[in-house]
Design a protein around this ligand. Structure first.
Ligand code: CAA
Length: 254
């Protein structure tokens, strides 16, 4: 098994560990990642998921170049769709996902980080979309996701140049949300995961839906969606529990 998934105290940790190929994603690894996602997506005890690469050097070095080298156009398209499907399953998980990036996040690795809700990186991490240097384009959702996250200009600069950038540069263009010292990476990720895991799971889930779907349409549509979901929160016992605890000056436990 290359992809490991453990759940502990509401936090699922998915680790892609394929040291021989710097955690590169071949069809088998993608299928294992899909299985891990399927395993946790309906579990009521999971409140947040962390996705990381095994070892010190790499988050994920991209799609497996050796596996792609001899594909024909139909096989290429099929491989792209497989990666897109698995990454969409990651992005549609009903709870927040955090990519924890200790080293290289290149090509499909950067795209996997983009499919997560939040990215925390070590100061040693490096990012890039090197595909055009291989004669292809990003194929696991990178073109639309990167442009949405950092804007079309920065996305085009990264993709057209295939330039590799540092964690500090990634932070500067909004490609990651937090950069910490390498030895603090796991602790920082756990701290954020724990903070999320103690909040109302329903409210966090609804907030994710409101943000993601709100980005798809106009501001007006986003407002209408928010009003509907805001109302729905009042149908959840968690709203009563949270507000009552506040008014009674008690610590809330969800
Ligand atoms: N696919 C397959 N194997 C890979 C790989 C990849 N993406 N990245 C690294 N490896 C393998 C290397 O072939 C090498 O294997 P051997 O030991 O058998 O020769 C091993 O991992 C170690 O790699 P390096 O010797 O290259 O390690 P390095 O420290 O010199 O360099 C690196 C590290 C900068 C990450 C470099 O390995 C690299 O540039 N990797 C490729 C990155 C890349 O181009 N990714 C994009 C792939 S295309 C894609 O992802 C398309 C898409 O959008 C879906």
């Amino acid at each position: 098994m290359t992809v490991e998934c453990v759940v502990e105290r509401g936090i699922a940790k998915i680790v892609i560990d394929r040291p021989k190929a710097l955690n590169a994603l071949n069809a088998e690894v993608l299928q294992e990642l899909q299985n891990a996602v399927t395993e946790i997506q309906n579990r009521k005890d999971v409140r947040v998921a962390i996705i990381q690469g095994g070892g010190e050097k790499c988050f994920v070095a991209g799609a497996d170049i050796a596996e792609m080298a001899n594909l024909d156009p139909l096989e290429g398209s099929e491989f792209g769709r497989l990666g897109q499907k698995v990454f969409s399953a990651v992005s549609e998980l009903p709870f927040p996902t955090i990519a924890v990036i200790q080293g290289f996040a290149l090509g499909g690795g950067c795209e996997l980080a983009l499919a997560c809700d939040i990215r925390i990186a070590s100061g040693k991490a490096r990012f890039g979309q090197p595909e055009v240097g291989l004669g292809i384009i990003p194929g696991f959702g990178g073109t639309p996701r990167l442009a949405r996250l950092i804007g079309p200009g920065q996305a085009k600069k990264l993709i057209f140049s295939a330039e590799m950038i540092s964690a500090a540069q990634a932070l500067g263009i909004g490609l990651v949300e937090q950069v910490v010292a390498p030895e603090q990476l796991n602790e920082a990720a756990m701290k954020l995961a724990q903070a999320i895991a103690t909040k109302s799971p329903n409210a966090v889930h609804f907030a994710k839906i409101a943000i993601n779907q709100g980005l798809e349409g106009s501001l007006e549509e986003g407002m209408r969606l928010e009003a509907g979901i805001f109302g729905l929160c009042f149908a959840s016992p968690e709203q009563k529990v949270g507000m009552t605890a506040f008014l009674e000056k008690r610590t809330v436990e969800f």
